[in-house]
Design a protein around this ligand. Structure first.
Ligand SMILES: Nc1nc2c([nH]c(=O)n2[C@H]2C[C@H](O)[C@@H](COP(=O)(O)OP(=O)(O)OP(=O)(O)O)O2)c(=O)[nH]1
Length: 312
């Protein structure tokens, strides 16, 4: 049996959104490859404490905020590595590297360094996923008001829209989806279609958002650049991860008028359900952009909202 190594790794960000990568030094495992700063968790240490220690030892910085983000397992020749990724948006000190041969501040959609350590490909894709998902509600708002709300959301920086509205007549839904794709793509935003791969294909959307009943029993990832799923249990989250989906949406976290019949799970249960999952998870249910920090502290990648997306 290969040995298991626990590693804590940091997505250290600057206010401009760039994150830090380091190049592994000659004489180490995978020399010349790029990685997120971090290192092995010592016996008796938890991953967060290991991260804070490594950032101090390696870079001379003090991490003030470490949000758990996701975990990836990778089988290297020497060991099975479990990488516990954290986001570190708040830190102090001057970066003074003691272990890497170079450091670079990078953007996920425009990487200028290579190669990355083999385990890290999905991490870079996850970093391209926006933090806020706005979910359409045209059946309640009306089609024109929904499109005006999409324009307003794009103007305030929303870059991920899910077209839901499964109750609209097919032709009206297709028109809505087409109009949203045109607006979103002009603004550099992604559009996902809820539950309908054929419509996603027909309107040139970026992917599909699967309902939980579609996820169950699926044997392969649908062929789109972006695919995610709605989940209400650990079993569903694990199916989404096993299929290699890009994200899951889990809720509902707070009480919401959209589901008065089901109780809210709250943040503690959310954290418990997403711990050690390998894909990013959006929190949903009674949330808006003002909950983003709370959501990320609880281990969410970001927030998804129906009502909360269109009122701001
Ligand atoms: N720090 C870090 N390690 C990563 C990343 N991706 C990835 O696969 N790894 C792997 C490479 C190593 O097997 C392990 C990190 O171990 P490490 O940095 O403490 O040290 P190392 O393997 O060079 O060995 P050592 O000198 O500490 O014994 O995790 C990443 O992005 N950052």
């Amino acid at each position: 049996m290969k040995k298991r190594v626990e590693v804590a790794a940091a997505v250290i960000t600057r206010p401009d959104g760039r994150f830090l990568l380091g190049q592994r030094a000659p004489g180490t495992f995978y020399p010349g490859y790029w990685e997120f700063p971090g290192g092995k968790v010592e016996p008796g240490e938890d991953a967060r404490a290991a991260l804070v220690r490594e950032l101090d030892e390696e870079l001379g910085i003090t991490a003030h905020t470490c949000w758990p983000w996701l975990m990836r397992e990778h089988d290297y020749e020497h060991a099975n590595v479990r990488l516990h990724f954290f986001e570190v948006p708040e830190w102090s000190g001057t970066v003074n590297d003691h272990v890497h041969s170079a450091l670079e501040w990078q953007q996920a959609d425009h990487l200028t360094v290579a190669p990355m350590l083999p385990a890290n490909g999905p991490i870079l894709k996850a970093l391209q996923l926006p933090r806020e998902m706005a979910i359409t509600d045209a059946a309640r708002l009306g089609l024109d008001a929904q499109l005006a709300a999409v324009d307003a959301a794009l103007a305030r920086g929303v870059r991920l829209i899910q077209v839901r509205d499964g109750t609209l007549p097919a032709e009206a839904r297709a028109q809505l989806a087409r109009a949203i794709v045109a607006r979103a793509h002009a603004a550099g935003a992604l559009v996902l279609i809820n539950g309908d791969a054929a419509l996603a294909e027909a309107v040139g959307a970026d992917g599909v958002h699967l309902r939980e009943d579609q996820l169950v029993g699926l044997s392969a990832r649908p062929d789109f650049p972006w695919v995610g799923a709605a989940c209400h249990s650990r079993a569903s989250l694990e199916s989404a991860a096993a299929l290699g989906l890009d994200y899951a949406v889990l809720g509902h976290v707070l009480p919401t008028p959209s589901h008065p019949d089901r109780p809210a799970i709250g943040w503690d249960a959310f954290t418990h359900l997403v711990t050690h999952l390998s894909i990013p998870v959006f929190a949903i249910g009674g949330l808006d952009a003002s909950h983003l920090r709370e959501a990320r502290a609880a281990g969410a990648h970001g927030i998804a909202a129906i009502r909360g997306s269109w009122s701001a």
